[in-house]
Write a protein that binds this ligand. Structure first.
Ligand code: SF4
Length: 251
């Protein structure tokens, strides 16, 4: 009888230590920051528009622009046609406080036009009947929509599917903690999802993402991580290295 082939690294069962990596981080962050405020999910199209605006933009500015779009164009959930039909200069003016409005305005308009052309109407509610991978493939066919945004749409919206939206903040924290081998955001999401316990549903994954975001903005900042005060220091190779170097250079 031929020998049974070894399962490849992606299909090998997790060791107990691997299986507890994300739950351990989650418990420590929960203990430090408390339970994140529950999200009120929006419809998938509103989440898609928001995620496009929010890319490389601070959350308050992106939220403000979404409200401005609703007010200026008398638009909103189930009625984004006025934004699709707005002139580019008007749209660019409305997006002025997000990053790259001159790129995001035409991209948003083209996206809404292309969705209308494909679906026959401007909605993404039909995606609810698809499995998660099919939804993400469908969203990623459009220019400017990558895995980070498709994960945000499926996880944060009323679709409420299991996914991790790996933006620059999430990636930085995970890389500093050396949870999975260093890679781009898409590969990192795939590797992290292998470590996510089966019992974690979409809401728990959203909470986990929110805790990582909070941590990235308060202690594990880009330029000046506050490792001394970090609840993850004991399990963080980068933090321990930072403190060792600080110790060596302090007279
Ligand atoms: S110990 Fe430092 S580098 Fe590690 S997660 Fe905490 S703040 Fe970030």
């Amino acid at each position: 009888m031929p020998p049974t082939p070894e399962p490849d690294a992606n299909h090998r069962p997790l060791t107990p230590e691997q299986a507890d990596k994300l739950p351990h981080i989650h418990r420590l962050l929960l203990g430090h920051y408390g339970q994140p405020k529950p999200r009120v999910p929006t419809d998938p199209l509103t989440q898609l528009i928001y995620s496009l605006l929010a890319s490389r933009t601070k959350t308050p500015a992106a939220q403000q622009v979404l409200r401005d779009l609703e007010r200026t164009f008398h638009a909103g959930p189930a009625n984004w046609e006025p934004v699709r039909d707005a002139s580019l200069p008007d749209l660019e003016r409305a997006l002025a406080i997000v990053t790259f409005p001159e790129q995001k305005a035409p991209r948003l308009k083209a996206l809404l036009e292309q969705i209308t052309a494909r679906v026959g109407t401007l909605t993404l509610d039909f995606l609810a009947k698809y499995r998660t991978e099919k939804i993400r493939d469908w969203l990623e066919q459009f220019e400017g929509i990558g895995p980070q945004i498709s994960a945000a749409v499926v996880n944060f919206s009323t679709l409420r599917r299991r996914a991790l939206s790996i933006d620059a903040n999430h990636l930085r924290v995970i890389q500093r903690l050396c949870v999975v081998p260093r890679a781009d955001a898409a590969t990192t999401e795939t590797r992290l999802m292998r470590l996510v316990p089966e019992t974690w549903d979409a809401v728990l994954l959203d909470d986990h993402h929110a805790l990582i975001q909070l941590h990235a903005h308060t202690l594990c900042t880009f330029a000046d991580p506050k490792c001394t005060n970090c609840p993850l220091l004991k399990i963080c190779p980068s933090g321990q290295r930072n403190l060792a170097e600080l110790h060596l250079t302090t007279p």
